[in-house]
Design a protein around this ligand. Structure first.
Ligand SMILES: [Zn+2]
Ligand SMILES: [Zn+2]
Length: 439
């Protein structure tokens, strides 16, 4: 498009030409009113992790209408939509469906007022505060285009809607339910996530590690309780747990390789009930982030060692040693973008959108269970990329400083849905046409 025109037209005209001034761009633009109506419906009707019943039913029906072979109930509420279209690669395209236990405060006319109860039994408001509604709408937009363009690609599409991303369970549930055995096994896998740290319509990609290992650790620090006026008769778990919190800071600052990122954050610290009682116990919740297996093991082993060492230093008896529980069911492994496909997509996206809208960005310490589709079979070429969602006016006003703007998971997160969905749909269709290239 633009690149081909450069030789023929003055640069000014080229840069003034919308990136979507071609058949694909026109088709997506034409579909946007319908897609935005779908987006607003999904946004107003969010569902919590592993409870995406209405959402999956609605979108499965859309895929069926387009001629996909649709299977529902894969990994509880997951959907698999397959389209065979001749020989070639098998491309998995994934969107996640779940919303968050957040009370929406965007003030949008289609804001969610829904409430629900999480699997953990917590009742709260529900909001698509991570933008998974933009992912699902793009999934539908992409399915529509690729179904309409069957004569332009060859291969097999496996388009999946995944439950439970926010609790790190959905991808595992779909794989455990036969995603790679009951359906064509992918040679390629792609997904995107909306981004608060990029302006609307700008694509970001990270070759290699893109998102981190996420571990959740529960820590119970036991003491010997008693009267606050007689501390010498107790073993104070609050003082011990405070020491532990400070000592844990040295894992990243003194033990981790400065070239290999790591995070240890104590996100919750609960103990005691009254001014003058030294409690029996302090309960801490810790998130641990890393990219490599080696650093992950160092951090988790380090937590166990420091916790025990500090307890010994505090004179805690052996039968009251702290209890460290690494929650395996909550673990999300690091997400790796394979070099070859990342380079191919960066190329295709740059050709389509121009280099000012396609940026190589640093990896983040966030987590994504999209990682599991690649880790289940490392012969798969796999990429997740970002599509900026922060409205351009807000971006300009903040001087491009994302720290001044609502982030993902914020009750104020209101992406420029039009820009995210149109950009992501064009990008994923372009990627699909490149991967399922008709020879
Ligand atoms: Zn999220
Ligand atoms: Zn998300």
């Amino acid at each position: 498009m633009c690149r081909r025109l450069i030789a023929l037209l003055p640069l000014l005209l080229c840069s003034a030409t919308p990136a979507h001034a071609d058949a694909l761009g026109d088709a997506v633009a034409k579909d946007m009113p319908s897609l935005i109506a779908l987006y607003r419906d999904l946004h107003a009707n969010p569902e919590l992790s592993m409870q995406e019943v209405r959402t999956s039913a609605k979108l499965a029906a859309e895929a069926k209408k387009l001629g996909f072979d649709v299977t529902t109930g894969v990994g509880k509420t997951g959907v698999v939509a397959v389209m065979h279209n001749g020989p070639g690669p098998v491309l998995l395209i994934r969107a996640d469906m779940d919303a968050l236990p957040v009370v929406e405060q965007t003030g949008l006319p289609f804001a969610s007022t829904k409430r629900g109860t999480s699997l953990a039994g917590v009742e709260s408001g529900i909001m698509h505060a991570c933008g998974h509604d933009t992912h699902m709408t793009t999934w539908v937009g992409t399915a529509r285009r690729l179904a309409a363009m069957k004569n332009q690609w060859s291969g097999t599409l496996v388009m999946i809607l995944q439950p439970g991303e926010e609790i790190g369970q959905g991808a595992r549930a779909m794989l455990d339910d036969g995603l790679y055995t009951r359906f064509p096994k992918p040679t390629h896998a792609i997904a995107f996530h909306d981004a608060a740290a990029l302006p609307a319509g700008v694509i970001g990609y990270s070759p290699g590690y893109a998102l981190a290992n996420v571990d959740s650790v529960d820590l119970v620090v036991k003491g010997i309780g008693g009267h606050g006026a007689y501390p010498h008769t107790t073993k104070d778990p609050i003082v011990l747990a405070s020491r532990i919190v400070m000592a844990l800071q040295t894992l990243v600052s003194r033990e981790a390789d400065p070239q290999d990122p790591a995070v240890v954050t104590v996100g919750s610290f609960h103990a005691g009930a009254k001014h003058n009682i030294i409690p029996d116990e302090a309960d801490l919740l810790i998130t641990v982030r890393s990219y490599t297996d080696k650093t992950r093991a160092m951090l988790l082993d380090g937590i166990r060692r420091i916790v025990r060492g500090e307890a010994i230093a505090a004179g805690i008896p052996e039968d009251r040693m702290p209890v460290v529980t690494v929650r395996d069911s909550d673990f999300t492994p690091a997400t790796y973008n394979t070099e070859k496909l990342t380079a191919q997509l960066a190329d295709l996206f740059t050709q389509r959108f121009g280099s000012s809208r396609v940026l190589k960005v640093p990896a983040t310490m966030g987590g994504e269970d999209f990682s599991r589709y690649y880790l289940a079979d490392k012969s798969i070429e796999s990429v997740i990329f970002w599509v900026g969602g922060t409205p351009n006016a807000a971006w300009q006003k903040a001087g491009g400083d994302a720290a001044k703007l609502p982030s993902l998971h914020s009750p104020f997160w209101a992406p420029d849905a039009d820009a995210v969905i149109s950009t992501a749909t064009e990008a994923i269709v372009t990627a699909a046409l490149g991967i399922l290239h008709k020879s």
